[in-house]
Design a protein around this ligand. Structure first.
Ligand SMILES: NC(=O)c1ccc[n+]([C@@H]2O[C@H](COP(=O)([O-])OP(=O)(O)OC[C@H]3O[C@@H](n4cnc5c(N)ncnc54)[C@H](OP(=O)(O)O)[C@@H]3O)[C@@H](O)[C@H]2O)c1
Length: 281
C-alpha cells in the first residue's frame, strides 16, 4: 500500500492526555501503511476546548479523537453527528470534511468488532446480555448490543439511577447491584464495563456459580489483560474475550476517516500496546 503525498495531522485531545494509547496506535499505522502524517496528543482543559479545536483546525488538522473529559462536550462542537454519536451522546472522533466538523462515535463498533473477531461463532441476535456498569463506556456497549439485535439487556450499576438513565428502550431491564450474582443464570453474554478489576482498582466481586457454561464473558478493562473476572470464567469453562481489541478496533474507523485506509489490527500492534498498557485509557 502506498501513501498519499499530503501530510495529514490528527490528534487525541484530553485533559490529562499523556496516558492515551491512541498516538501509539495511529503512528504505528501511519508507519505500517507508509503514509505522510503524524498523530499527536494534545492537552486542552475543558474551558478552552472550543477555542483549542478552532486553532488546531486552522493549523490544518484532519481531525481528532476525544478522551476524558471531552467526549460529551465535543457533541456541541460538531456541525453534524453520525447516528452512533447521536444515540450514545458522546463523540470520540471528529473528522474535518470540507470545513465541516463531523462527529462520530466508534466505541460501539470497537466493542462489537472485538467480540466478532475473537469469537466469530457467537450469535448476538436474540441473546440476553448482562451488563455490569453504567458509565461512559457502558453507553457505547449498550448501543452496540442493541444494533446487533440482542433480545434483552439486564443492566446493573452500583448507582442505580445512572443505570435507569440508560434504560431508554424496552429491551433494557434494570436490576439492583446486590442481585448481580443471582441474575447470572439468565445471561448468554456477560460484560464488565465497570472499572473494577483494573490495575489499582478493587477486583469485581462476582460469584459465577450460576453463570451458564454457554455464556461468553468479556471485560472491557484490558490492564491487566486477563482480569480476575476472565480468569474465574475460564476456570469455570466459559469462553472469554479480553478488552484490548475494543481499544484497537475503535481506532480503525477514525484512522480511515482521516487517512483513507481502513487499518488492520495485527498481533504486532496488540503486543506494542500491551507492552505499554496503562490502567487508564
Ligand atoms: N477496552 C476499551 O477500549 C475501553 C473503552 C472505554 C473504557 N474502558 C475501561 O472501562 C472502564 C470504565 O470506563 P468508563 O469510561 O465507563 O468509566 P466511568 O464513566 O467512570 O464509569 C465507571 C463505572 O464503574 C463503576 N464503578 C467504579 N467503582 C466502582 C465500585 N467500587 N463498585 C462498583 N462499581 C464501581 C461505576 O459505578 P457508579 O456509577 O456507581 O460510580 C461506573 O459504572 C475503565 O476501566 C476504562 O479503562 C475500556
Amino acid at each position: 500500500m502506498t501513501g498519499t503525498t499530503a501530510f495529514i495531522k490528527a490528534a487525541v485531545i484530553g485533559h490529562p492526555v499523556a496516558h492515551s494509547k491512541s498516538p501509539l496506535i495511529h503512528n504505528h499505522w501511519i508507519n505500517q501503511y507508509r503514509l505522510a502524517g503524524h498523530y499527536d496528543a494534545i492537552d486542552i482543559p475543558p474551558d478552552q476546548l472550543a477555542n483549542g479545536i478552532e486553532g488546531l483546525i486552522s493549523e490544518g488538522y484532519a481531525g481528532f479523537n476525544f478522551t476524558i473529559p471531552h467526549k460529551e462536550r465535543a457533541c456541541d462542537l460538531c456541525d453534524e453527528l453520525d447516528e452512533a454519536a447521536r444515540l450514545i451522546g458522546a463523540v470520540n472522533t471528529m473528522q474535518i470534511k470540507e470545513g465541516r466538523r463531523i462527529g462520530m462515535n466508534t466505541d460501539a463498533f470497537g466493542f462489537i468488532t472485538n467480540i466478532k473477531t475473537a469469537r466469530p461463532g457467537f450469535i448476538f441476535t436474540g441473546c440476553t446480555a448482562l451488563v455490569l456498569g453504567a458509565g461512559g463506556a457502558a453507553r457505547a456497549v449498550i448501543q452496540g448490543l442493541l444494533e446487533e439485535g440482542v433480545a434483552k439487556i439486564l443492566l446493573t450499576n452500583r448507582t442505580r439511577e445512572k443505570a435507569e438513565m440508560l434504560a431508554t428502550v424496552p429491551q433494557i431491564e434494570i436490576f439492583d447491584w446486590e442481585d448481580r450474582h443471582d441474575r447470572l443464570g439468565e445471561a448468554d453474554l456477560l460484560i464488565n464495563t465497570t472499572s473494577l478489576g483494573m490495575s489499582g482498582q478493587p477486583v469485581l466481586d462476582l460469584r459465577l456459580a450460576l453463570l451458564p457454561k454457554r455464556a461468553l464473558v468479556t471485560d472491557i478493562v484490558y490492564a491487566p489483560l486477563h482480569t480476575d473476572l476472565l480468569k474465574k470464567a475460564e476456570t469455570q469453562g466459559n469462553q472469554t474475550v479480553t478488552g484490548i481489541g475494543m481499544l484497537l478496533h475503535q481506532a480503525r474507523p477514525a484512522f480511515q476517516a482521516w487517512f483513507g485506509v481502513m487499518p488492520d489490527v495485527t498481533p504486532a500492534l496488540e503486543k506494542l500496546i500491551l507492552g505499554t498498557a496503562d490502567p487508564a485509557l
